[in-house]
Design a protein around this ligand. Sequence first.
Ligand SMILES: Nc1ncnc2c1ncn2[C@@H]1O[C@H](COP(=O)(O)OP(=O)(O)OP(=O)(O)O)[C@@H](O)[C@H]1O
Length: 268
Amino acid sequence: MTVILNVDGLAKTYTGHGREVEAIRDLTFQIHKGELVCIVGPSGAGKTTLLRCVAGLLDSSGGEIELDGASVKEPPPGMAVVFQEYGRSLFPWLTVRKNVELPLREKGLGKADRRAKVEAALDAVGLRDSADAHPWQLSGGMQQRVAIARAVAYEPSVLLMDEPFAAVDAQTRADLEDLVRRLWLQLGVTVLFVTHDIDESVYLGQRVLVLSNRPTVVLEDVRIDLPDERDQLGTRSSARFSELRGHVYELIQLAKKGHRPASPPSAG
Ligand SMILES: Nc1ncnc2c1ncn2[C@@H]1O[C@H](COP(=O)(O)OP(=O)(O)OP(=O)(O)O)[C@@H](O)[C@H]1O
C-alpha cells in the first residue's frame, strides 16, 4: 500500500506571552492511500494542533510531515479541510453552488469541468435542490453537507476533518457519518477524521489512533476490523463494535491518567 501521509516525529510547542505549552512531543504515524483513519484523544491532547500542522496552517516545532512524498510547509494543493464551524467556513454571500465551485476556480479548472464536478458533488451529498440557495437559508446539517461537497469536489489526496459533526444534532450526525462512509467507499478518498467521540471513531474508521494526553504521542493504533458495509443500528449493536469501543474507551481512560506507551507502537 502507498503511504500518502507521513507524520514523523512531529513536535509542536506554542510560545508567546511568557508562556510555553508543549502540545505535541513526538507523533509518528502513516496513512495509506484510500484509508479512513480516525484520531481520538483526551480533551486538550492536541488533536486540533495536529490537524492544523498536517494542513500546513500551523508551523511545527520539529519533525516532518509529508503529503505524497512532498514536505508540508504551507497548505498543500492536495488537501481539503472540513472544520467544525461550518457557519464560518462557507461564504454567506455566495450560493451553495458558488461555494462549492470556488476552490475549483482557484485550481484553474474550466467552466464545463467545474460545473460537472459541482453537480456531482451536490448530488452525492443530496443537495442538488439547494444549489441556488445561500448557506444561511439552510440548516446546520445541510451547511456541513455543503462544506463536505466542496471538499469532495476538489478531489483532494487527503481530506482532513476536524470534529466536523460536533455542532449538529444527534440524528443529523448519524446521517453525516453515513455520508462520509458512503463518499469514502464510492470515491476512494483518503480521510483523516478527528473526533472526541469514541463511538464515532469506531463506527467510521478502519483504524483509530488513540492519542496520549499532553505532550502527545500515539498511545495505540487500533485496527477496526468491522466489515466495510456498516449501518448505524446493526454495526453499533454488534458484539465486535462493543469490544472495540470498550478497548478505545479504556485507552482514553489510561491516557487521562497519564499512561504512555512503553515502546513506539507499530503502525496499523
Ligand atoms: N494558540 C495557542 N497558544 C497556546 N497554547 C495553545 C494554542 N492552541 C492550543 N494550545 C494548547 O495546546 C494544547 C492542545 O490543544 P488542542 O486544541 O490541539 O487540543 P484538542 O485535543 O484539539 O482539544 P479538544 O479535544 O478539547 O478540542 C492545549 O493545552 C491548548 O491549551
